[in-house]
Design a binder for this molecule. Sequence first.
Ligand SMILES: [Zn+2]
Length: 445
Amino acid sequence: MKRYEHGTILAMDQKGTIIHDGTLVVDGGQIVALGTTADMAQAYPQAQRVQLGGKLVLPGLINNHFHLAQTMFRGLADDMVLEPWLFGRIWPLQSAHDTETFLAGARLAMLEMSKTGTTTFVESMVIHYGLEALFEEVSRTGLRARLAKVVMEPMAGSALPPALTETLEGSLAEARSCRRKVTDADRVDIWLGPRWTGMYNPGLIEAVNDAMDTDGFASTMHFAESPEDVERILQDGYLTPGDFLQRTGMLERNYLLIHCPWLGEGDLDRLARGRATVAHCPVSAMKGSMGYADIPGMLERNIAVGIGTDAPACNNTSDLLAEIKTAALLHKHQTGRPDVLPAAQALAMGTRIGAASIFAGDTLGTLAPGKKADFITLALDWAAPMPEGNLPAAVVYALCGRDVCDVYVDGNAVVRQGESLIYDEERIQREARQALETLLKRADL
Ligand SMILES: [Zn+2]
């Protein structure tokens, strides 16, 4: 048992608990108690003491939408409209990946995410070059992740390159086989990723729903990203995207829907009555001019909307604190209302609400007894956050991922004093550069 003492604890619970000169008591990967340092010293005198030196303590951040395979494409596909971006850059590069180049990018991404405070991430689309290898890699790092295996059915006339095309049976079988290797689903679990609305067909959704019911998978899918996506749904006889979610049974299952800018008010009312949740990626949405998702409207209805940094190819950073700040600013700008998405609510989207968005609200997202000991510390003893009159605002508006000092998952340190304990940074950078050279040659770009 350990006592992490003399920190400023921002518990991120519903009550907005802040404990000055606080202590977090951790045992066996779980939070046992939290309170003032004096009280905790009295209640747990035998616990080993770890000094926090006045640092801010927050729950580990949850990045609920990511594409590891696109980490290597950062800086290769900027400021482009969708079709040349996807057809001319992303798909050819992605087709050139093998397990080695894919993992080189995944390691770089996990290094960046963990150093900037992310303890849990959702990878939304693992293609057939490496689900099992990725599962083993993530398991070794100690990070928490949900790895969604692409599940798809080839479509006649699809522009998807053959290297990225899989069969329904094959993709489901790979997901099932890898899921049998999962020993701690709270830590690394396998999900399903039926790509995006434009590639669905009724058989695919039915098969995914069946696998969710029989095998307990959760799923994540890019949803209603463009007017064309919505048009496709309407052509198939559905009245609205919400009607589609309801009639296909997606609403009542653990689907994390990505982006969702083209949902109307009635769709949000339906979402609020179901189990499905939302991943919001404000930077990629703005960079790709995707349109405004009604995030304030979703939060008003208590829909669990978490935050994702999306792919490094379209962001270009994986710093979740920067993403949270962007979300808070974007919707004030969108609505003309500075009181929309206040700092504490924006920060909750990366912690408490983010946990609910990945169906882990019982175990993650706040600092509370019984929750997993996923927490991060940030230095407050420098100019930017001072004077720290409003702590959530200091974190959201004044700090960023580079201010993160220590990162713990399941009570184990993965970053200490800003240094990665899971990867040799020089080696990861060197291997990423080599992998990029290989990829560019193979893709002939
Ligand atoms: Zn995406």
